[in-house]
Design a protein around this ligand. Structure first.
Ligand SMILES: [Zn+2]
Length: 141
């Protein structure tokens, strides 16, 4: 279940539950979501990242946990900035670039990029250890 905070064109705010974000989109398309105060169907979600609540996933009901999550997210952002500043982005060529650095000792640079799980496994088999950090996309904020 997902709880969205909705807001109509007249700035009435109300909460509504949906089984998932797809259900919300479907209902929205058919104009079936209406403001509980004025019945306007011009309703928008006001939060980008909804709280996901389920039996196994209700940690956000717990405020200190939520704070911790926000702090971790902030720390990750810091690491991300550091990487972006000090590492060269090689994108999907990452696996190839890593091998070049690993096997050619003359080369020494910091790189970051993306690997498929298959590539990651192959690199690990060759003894190349990768550090992975969860990457936060700006649009998620
Ligand atoms: Zn309204």
């Amino acid at each position: 279940m997902i709880k969205y905070l909705l807001k109509c064109v007249y700035k009435h705010e109300f909460e509504s539950w949906f089984s998932n974000s797809i259900e919300y989109d479907k209902l929205k398309k058919r104009n079936l979501i209406e403001c509980i105060f004025c019945k306007s169907t011009e309703v928008e979600k006001t939060i980008m990242s909804p709280y996901v609540v389920g039996e196994k996933n209700n940690r956000f009901n717990n405020i200190p946990e939520k704070r911790k999550f926000i702090k971790i997210k902030k720390d990750l952002k810091k690491i991300q900035k550091f990487v972006e500043k000090n590492f060269e982005y090689v994108g999907e060529k990452f696996a190839r670039e890593v091998r070049e650095i690993y096997y050619d000792n003359k080369k020494n640079k910091n790189i970051y990029g993306t690997v498929s799980s298959k590539e990651k496994q192959e690199l690990e088999d060759e003894g190349i250890e990768l550090a992975s950090i969860p990457w936060i996309k700006d649009k998620e904020n």
